[in-house]
Design a protein around this ligand. Sequence first.
Ligand code: GDP
Ligand code: MN
Length: 380
Amino acid sequence: MDLYEHQGKELFERFGIPVSDGRVAESPEEARAAAEALGGPVVVKAQVLTGGRGKAGGVKFAADPREAEGHAQDILGLDIRGHVVRRLWIERASDIAKEYYVSVTFDRGEKRPLFMLTTHGGVDIEEVAASTPEALARLHIDPLVGFEPYQARWLCFEAGINDPGEQKQVIAIVERLYRAFVESDAMLCEINPLIVTPEGEVRALDSKFTVDDNALFRHPDVAEMRDSAAGDPQETLAREKGVTYVKLDGEVGILGNGAGLVMSTLDVIAQVGGRPANFCDLGGGGDAEGVVDALEVITSDGQVRSILFNVFGGITRCDEVARGILVALERMGIELPIVVRLDGTNADEGRGLLEEAAPENLRVEATMLSAAERAVELAA
Ligand code: GDP
Ligand code: MN
């Protein structure tokens, strides 16, 4: 789960990482009031779950509340790479002497968290890594040993931060960022830019904070930060219904039992020249309730042109799944073409049931490949 900048900063603050004072606003009037409350010049910042807002016109300086209101008017409703701005963060403006970068994320190859620190902040880190890799200090943390203070010092020296006052603050921030990362079950904590003010104060001016979805049960306060309106509508519906679903960009809706089988189904659809519309795992069950929920999510996607059921009966029996499909279709009345492939335990009974009682638009295929071909054909 990605957090908005202002939410990430709220977490930073809890862990003692210095941030600027600010307020959320959802209308030009609220932006004006926020600027008045903060006093002095402010920055009006689009809150969207994507980076590069500055370049897209989503970050604007305002000298007074009236100007803040005007910028808010311009930025609200702006489309930043497919994300429509509905919320703003009005922050007390900072004077910037230098822009640094610091992050901690997972290096899956190394199976350890990785810190990156550089004095070349304010630009995309990929750019720094490509053009001046020597300016990027990288350090892995052994999760069993944990973070050691000398590691923050090493990062500072390696990045070339030589000012003792800055060092002291950056070291504290690195240490707190690691705590924020571990204690929030984060996947990424990034500060870009980490600024140094003309007075030598170091502060987080931006925040990118991603928390592991699977750990949200441990962080109800973070889970509550989710903004359903900003998410994909199909994925939001799926979450509400408890359906394991990932929205993709194609036309063939996919339903299978078991994550591995569904993944293979996506591959086979691609292999025969189609594009899957989603990943959807029915899990162990195949009862009508589960099928109805999954089909409701899949068919709520207007891009879907055909639906492929790929079921392997292991513990789940194919005849039960077939009954589930029949009851679900009777209840829902779907008009899209549906292709079903059943194999494994009681497959013959399952196929028999479908051939007997299924509606016109459902056809049974014997193999995964032929089912995929048929589903792609019908989606065209
Ligand atoms: P991003 O473009 O989505 O990464 O948004 P940021 O929050 O990083 O803002 C983009 C850039 O705007 C920063 O790198 C800064 O250079 C600039 N900026 C943001 N806030 C302030 C501020 O308070 N004062 C000044 N002078 N510049 C700011
Ligand atoms: Mn940034």
